[in-house]
Design a protein. Structure first.
Length: 59
C-alpha cells in the first residue's frame, strides 16, 4: 500500500512540476511579446552609439 501511495505522490509531483513550468514559460512569453509590441526602449540609440564601429585611420 505504501508503494502505491509513493507512486501516486511522485506522479502528482511530476505532473505538477510540468504544469508549473508550462505556466512560467507561458507568462514569460506573454510578457516578452507585450514588451516587444511597445517597440524599442529609449536606451536603444545610446546602446547603438556605444556599439557602433568607428572608422579609424590612425592605428
Amino acid at each position: 500500500m505504501n508503494d502505491l501511495v509513493t507512486i501516486a505522490v511522485v506522479v502528482m509531483l511530476l505532473c505538477g512540476g510540468t504544469m508549473t513550468a508550462e505556466k512560467i514559460f507561458t507568462s514569460t512569453r506573454k510578457a516578452a511579446l507585450a514588451k516587444a509590441s511597445h517597440g524599442l526602449p529609449k536606451m536603444t540609440p545610446f546602446a547603438n552609439a556605444l556599439t557602433k564601429k568607428k572608422n579609424r585611420t590612425n592605428y
